[in-house]
Design a protein around this ligand. Structure first.
Ligand SMILES: [Ca+2]
Ligand SMILES: [Ca+2]
Ligand SMILES: [Cu+2]
Length: 359
């Protein structure tokens, strides 16, 4: 799927979605504000265990892919080395995020209504001021269509929904009852960073994420190996059937699944493929790998600049792993090399995160 909803403006044109687009453009994002690169000091070994985390000994691997499954932004494959780190076994759950909010009173991006000044600062001079009833808090919710639609037009299935936020993932009528162990969604990159900081952790770099997602397999297309997923060969929570109107639920789940519902990868990590997209620390640069290029091993790369054609003004942060909406018809981004960007103040009903920690 093209999950970035920024272009929704073109087709929808409601002020709410217009504002959603505008809000993405307010702060310049030239530098990484709060994330720090992986530790340069390499401990010999770590015996200290971290609850809910897996120790990943540092190493070298082939990042990206040259395979025909890969998209341009995944190429070329190149050698990368990462230092050791811990990584969460699972995506951050609603129950974990609740503990953070209870402890801090944190209010997520999607829960805050934009101010008129924020909006006016971004609109062309002479644009009529929006009325106050349009300045509402909300977020983007996946909504199944009645039948086949133009797969280029993702406003067909992404709906700006007033009152949608992490507590109400599909809007005011939805809640978290029975979803305590599902991954938190409708969190912006800023929200994910705030959680990580509170937990004494940080977001993974793309390199750390991919190294751990591959689970020790070398140059495999999927985190479980070579076999393409299908109706009968289920490895992860993705989409079976015809996107976006028919989901056979062969994997058991129409939307998010509780974490640990599927087999972990070789490092014991759950849902690195599918379930929800996971925010990474890096600014999203579609040409990052082309720029690295060459036979030289790159050590602990961190994306420092954004180059995202779908979000040229405000810049994007990277997401990894694909979601319950991915299928081969349109997108096979549940592959470990797949990557895309989203504006850092945007939440969606299929985006979450997991954290890492360095000694
Ligand atoms: Ca599914
Ligand atoms: Ca995931
Ligand atoms: Cu997708």
């Amino acid at each position: 799927m093209k999950h970035n909803a920024v272009l929704g403006l073109l087709a929808v044109g409601s002020f709410a979605l217009t504002y959603f687009v505008v809000r993405n453009s307010i702060a310049p994002r030239n530098a990484l504000p709060t994330q720090t690169p992986a530790s340069k000091v390499e401990p010999a070994a770590s015996t200290e265990s971290q609850p809910g985390m897996v120790w990943i000994p540092g190493g070298e691997f082939t990042m990206g892919t040259d395979s025909e499954l890969g998209r341009p932004e995944e190429k070329p494959a190149h050698r990368v080395r990462v230092n050791s780190f811990w990584i969460d076994e699972t995506e951050v759950t609603n129950s974990q995020f609740q503990a953070f909010v209870d402890a801090t009173g944190y209010v997520t991006t999607a829960e805050k209504a934009p101010t008129l000044d924020e909006v006016l600062a971004q609109l062309p001079v002479g644009t009529p001021a929006p009325t106050h009833d349009k300045l509402v808090a909300g977020s983007l919710v996946f909504t199944m269509t009645d039948g086949p639609v133009d797969l280029q037009d993702y406003t067909q299935w992404w709906k700006w929904t007033q009152g949608a936020n992490w507590r109400h993932p599909e809007g005011p009528d939805s809640d978290l009852q029975g979803r305590e162990q599902h991954p938190v969604v409708q969190v912006s990159w800023d929200d994910a960073v705030a959680y990580a900081k509170w937990a004494g952790k940080r977001l993974p770099t793309e390199a750390e994420w991919e190294f751990s997602a591959r689970g020790g397999l070398i140059d495999k297309p999927y985190v479980w190996g070579d076999e393409a997923p299908s109706e009968t060969h289920v490895f992860a929570n993705i989409w079976q059937g015809q996107f976006p109107f028919k989901n056979t639920r062969a994997d058991g789940f129409l939307r998010t699944a509780p974490v640990r519902s599927f087999k972990p990868n070789g490092f014991g990590l759950f849902d690195v493929s599918g379930n929800v997209w996971e925010w990474c620390a890096d600014a999203y640069d579609q040409h990052a790998y082309a720029r690295r290029g060459g036979p030289k091993t790159v050590a602990n790369p961190v994306g420092e600049r954004s180059d995202d054609p779908r979000n040229p003004r405000s810049g994007s942060r990277t997401q990894r792993g694909g979601s319950f909406l991915c299928n081969d018809q349109y997108c096979s981004r549940y592959r470990p090399s797949a990557r895309h960007g989203l504006a850092p103040d945007t939440g969606m009903s299929h985006v979450g995160f997991r954290c890492v920690k360095t000694p």
